[in-house]
Design a protein. Structure first.
Length: 306
């Protein structure tokens, strides 16, 4: 994921693979187009070539519409692949005569139950994406979107008597279901020299399994799941981040470990990890852990998922 640029998508024949894509064709107003945005992040929000999401659509009967189901919808878990400019389907998706609710799940989810779904985040989020699949961080970042009551294209009669078909893309505004932790490693006034290039950061004793309800875009900690250690992704020389299941972590065992040249800095704290929020932890290090002088600053990510 990178900085987001909203783009309309023409649906062509393609699958969820990171391959070269065919040139676009003239827009057919009878074919459903998809555009996406993210409601909580100001940066790092653009989908990359080869990203794939699940698309569902449910038809209205008058003013009534059912919840999305595993099967029997107007569109059933169509894999939509981003080619760098637009979202492409494996087959053309044509509009219903009725308005529809559209659902998008990212990353693509295999067809299955819509509620009570167990999802496990990656414990090693330092792995990177490749043609073989998403990296640990990207695969853990569940997102959900819903567009309600979207009308099909309409035929408009112009003043000169000519008829024109209006069309617009279906806009899916995604939201993050998980929490994000960012750890910044800072040099304290007593820290001599530069920070090591050999730094790793881990999150301890954290619930990594969630129960997801795709019909309403929510999740909660899996009560049957265990608590594990997460290896954070390194963004630059002194910044690390990880996707974490929303939860309240009590101050008991160490939460964060910063390892640097054989020295381990540990600290504990209570923190309430909220869905769709970024939580920043600034850790100021001194020369030696023997000094027992680690300053900690916690900030809730109410400003977005930066």
């Amino acid at each position: 994921m990178r900085k987001y640029i909203a783009l309309a998508a023409l649906i062509l024949t393609i699958g969820c693979t990171k391959e070269n894509f065919a040139p676009t064709e003239p827009i057919d107003p009878n074919i459903i187009r998809i555009e996406t945005s993210l409601g909580t992040r100001a940066s790092m929000t653009n989908f990359e070539t080869g990203d794939c999401l699940s698309l569902y659509a449910v038809e209205y009967n008058g003013d009534q519409v059912s919840k999305v189901q595993s099967f029997g919808n107007y569109i059933n878990n169509e894999p939509m692949t981003f080619d760098g400019e637009q979202w492409l389907a494996e087959k053309p998706l044509y509009w219903s005569a009725s308005k529809c609710d559209f659902y998008g799940f990212y990353p693509y989810q295999p067809t299955g139950p819509m509620s009570g779904v167990r999802f496990e985040i990656a414990t090693d989020q330092s792995t990177t994406s490749s043609v073989n699949g998403l990296g640990g961080y990207e695969a853990s970042d569940l997102m959900w979107a819903k567009a309600e009551g979207v009308e099909p294209p309409q035929v408009i009669t112009l003043d000169n008597g000519e008829q024109q078909v209006t069309y617009a893309p279906v806009h899916l505004q995604f939201q993050h279901l998980m929490s994000r932790i960012v750890v910044n490693i800072l040099r304290g006034k007593d820290f001599e020299g530069e920070l090591s290039k050999n730094i790793s950061v881990h999150i301890y004793d954290t619930a990594t399994s969630a129960i997801v309800d795709w019909t309403i875009g929510s999740l909660k900690v899996d009560p049957q799941g265990g608590r594990k250690t997460i290896t954070m992704r390194q963004l630059d020389s002194d910044t690390f981040d990880a996707i974490v299941v929303p939860q309240f972590i009590q101050r008991s065992t160490p939460l964060i470990e910063v390892s640097m040249d054989g020295i381990a800095y540990l600290f504990d704290t209570s923190i309430s990890l909220r869905p769709g929020k970024m939580h920043t932890i600034n850790v100021t290090l001194n020369t030696s852990p023997d000094q027992e002088k680690v300053e900690i600053e916690l900030e809730g990510g109410v400003g977005g998922w930066n």
